[in-house]
Design a protein around this ligand. Sequence first.
Ligand SMILES: NC(=O)c1ccc[n+]([C@@H]2O[C@H](COP(=O)([O-])OP(=O)(O)OC[C@H]3O[C@@H](n4cnc5c(N)ncnc54)[C@H](OP(=O)(O)O)[C@@H]3O)[C@@H](O)[C@H]2O)c1
Length: 212
Amino acid sequence: MQSNWTHHCSPRHLFTSPISAASTKAKSKRRAIHTGRASNTNIITMSKYFPKFKETLPNVDGKVFVITGTTSGTGFVAAQTVAEKGGEVVMLNRKSQRVTDAHAKLVVAVPAGKFVNVECDLQDFASVKKAAEEVKSKYKKIHCLSNNAGIMMTPDKATTDGCDTQMQTNHLSHFILTKELMPLLEAEAAESGDARIVHHSSMARDGTKKWS
Ligand SMILES: NC(=O)c1ccc[n+]([C@@H]2O[C@H](COP(=O)([O-])OP(=O)(O)OC[C@H]3O[C@@H](n4cnc5c(N)ncnc54)[C@H](OP(=O)(O)O)[C@@H]3O)[C@@H](O)[C@H]2O)c1
C-alpha cells in the first residue's frame, strides 16, 4: 500500500504511483496543473494540459475512492475524474448548500458516475468518527483515501475539540480518518495488491526553516 504526501494539486496520485509517473514531462505537466490557491475547479480543468493528462490515467472500474472536500478545487476535479474513469466516489463533506450544488454538477458532468455523500465536518472529531463508521458500514474495502480538504490562514481560534482550526481540519481529523479506514485499505491491498492514501500538503512547506 502506498501513502503519498503531495503538494501538487493533481489527482495523479489517486491513480498512479508517483514513482512510476515521475518523468520530467509528467512533472512539468503537474506544475502546470498546480496554479496556486486561485487554481480552483475551473482553472484546473481549463488548463490546456488537463484533457491530455486525464487520458493518461488508467480506468479504475469498480474501485472505491474516499475523498474529503469535494465541493470545489482539487477535490471536485478528483471526484469528477475518478467517476469518469469508472470509480465509485465517496464524498466526505461538511453540510452546506455547496455540497448539494457540487453533487448536482457532478451528476450532470458524469451521468453514469457513482457518487455517495457522507457528512463529515473535519472541525469536529465526533463527526469524523461518525463518517468513518458510515463508510465502514457501506464498504468492506476501499482503493483510495484522499485526504484532500484543507483550509489556510484562518483566524487563530480553537475548535470545539480544543485544537487549532487549521491543524484539526488539515491534519488531525485526516489522521483519525486514516486510522479508522486503514482496515478497508488493507483489505483492498490484500486482494488487489494496490491501495493508497493521498495526503495533500503545500509547497509552502519548502519555505519552512530547515533545522539541521
Ligand atoms: N490551491 C492551492 O494552491 C493549494 C496550495 C497548497 C495546498 N493546497 C492544499 O490542497 C488541498 C485542496 O486545495 P483547494 O485549493 O482545492 O481547496 P478549496 O477549493 O478551498 O477546497 C477545499 C475543500 O475542503 C473542504 N473543507 C474545508 N473545511 C472543511 C471541513 N471542516 N470539513 C470538511 N471539508 C472541509 C471545503 O469544503 P467547504 O465547501 O465546506 O468549505 C472544500 O471542499 C487542500 O488541502 C489545500 O490545503 C492547495
